[in-house]
Design a protein around this ligand. Structure first.
Ligand code: TLP
Length: 350
């Protein structure tokens, strides 16, 4: 029985081309900025994002943290959505290590923040208040189910922030999924913001790495913060080599993952006990609800024993993510096994 792992696109393994590129990579010491492969990846990334410069970091979480460290001071306030990855899944690093207060604005179902609410959240100058210095956006939005922010929305949000002297960071861990779904270049989605990061190690299938992009001054400061965090790497061209293949070859194919996610959502919608809206699935993340009669943790365990792995999204919610290592046929097979487990659990609950 083939295991169909839908927990995350982070589980994708490097391709043959990536392994070959890793083997052949020209290397140097990157703390001296002498690794030609990293330099190439950083230049390519900056170009793709339409920014002056880029910095390779070990992870999306490290890029987001460095974006905070380089653009705020301890005691400042940052504004993010109440479903933001930075808030939920980064161990509180912005507060613990950056010393900033995290203030939240409710995320709309589609990942946007209502801009009137954002404006009301921005602190006025007052001796009692922290300074609001950074607004965080996320595209695609993980907890909102892979939803996309358009260039128009991002521009409006950034204009508002900039009018108030606030910088904008975009967590674009899956920005290429958004770009492919909208049919626009990633640079258009990143143009309005001051800093943007994206991940090589999710749908793009590279083993490690994230790129943090912005102006030359910002990236110079980010490089210093990365060193302070112990993230100055040496011959990490072996990571960058796979990243270059990811950017060259793996972006266009994301449309397949999106089609498979839609297929999954449409199939799930035909299972009476499951609640899901296939029309809301824009990229590679499907979030669906189980009925109250079914325990989510037990469902995930039982389904795992049937060779389908999915993740919990809290409460009755389940998350399934499509990626290069699952094909349309696997989706049909996963649907059969999901239906079986739901039926069994419903029967047991009666
Ligand atoms: N997300 C992971 C888990 O942490 C939940 C996943 O499986 O989806 N920003 C966004 C929007 C992300 O989804 C993630 C990873 C990150 C940042 C952090 O990236 P890494 O895992 O490289 O630190």
């Amino acid at each position: 029985m083939k295991t169909i792992d839908l927990r995350s696109d982070t589980i994708t393994l490097p391709t043959e081309d990536m392994r070959r590129a890793i083997y052949e990579a020209e290397l140097g010491d990157d703390v001296y900025q002498e690794d030609p492969t990293i330099n190439r990846l950083e230049e390519q990334s900056a170009r793709i994002m339409g920014k002056e410069a880029a910095l390779l970091t070990v992870s999306g979480a490290m890029s987001n943290l460095i974006a905070v460290l380089a653009q705020t001071r301890p005691g400042d306030e940052i504004v993010v959505g109440d479903q933001a990855h930075m808030l939920w899944y980064e161990v509180g690093s912005a507060s613990a290590l950056g010393g900033v207060v995290i203030r939240t604005v409710p995320n709309e179902e589609d990942g946007r923040l209502d801009l009137r609410t954002v404006e009301q959240t921005i602190r006025a100058e007052d001796i009692h208040f922290p300074r609001t210095t950074l607004l965080g956006l996320e595209n695609t939005h993980n907890r909102c189910g892979g939803t996309v922010l358009t260039p128009e929305y991002t521009t409006a949000a950034a204009e508002l922030a900039h009018q108030h002297g606030i910088r904008v960071h975009l967590d674009g861990a899956r920005i290429f999924n958004a770009a492919v779904a909208l049919g626009v270049p990633a640079s258009e989605l990143a143009a309005p913001v001051d800093s943007v990061c994206f991940c090589l190690s999710k749908s793009l299938s590279a083993p490690v790495g994230s790129l943090l992009c912005g102006t030359c001054d910002f990236v110079a400061s980010a490089r210093k913060w990365r060193k302070m965090l112990g993230g100055g790497m040496r011959q990490a061209g072996i990571i960058a080599a796979a990243g270059i293949v990811a950017l060259d070859d793996m972006i266009e194919r994301l449309a397949e993952d999106h089609a498979n996610a839609r297929l999954l959502a449409q199939g799930l919608a035909r299972i009476p006990a499951i609640t899901v809206n296939p029309d809301r699935v824009r990229t590679n993340i499907v979030i669906f609800d189980l009925p109250a009669s079914i325990s989510t943790s037990e469902f995930i365990q039982r389904l795992g024993r049937q060779g389908v792995k999915v993740g919990s999204r809290g409460g009755q919610r389940v998350r399934a993510v499509t990626h290069r290592m699952v094909e349309a046929g696997d989706i049909q097979e996963a649907l059969k096994r999901i239906e079986l487990v739901v039926r069994e659990m419903e029967a047991a609950a009666r």
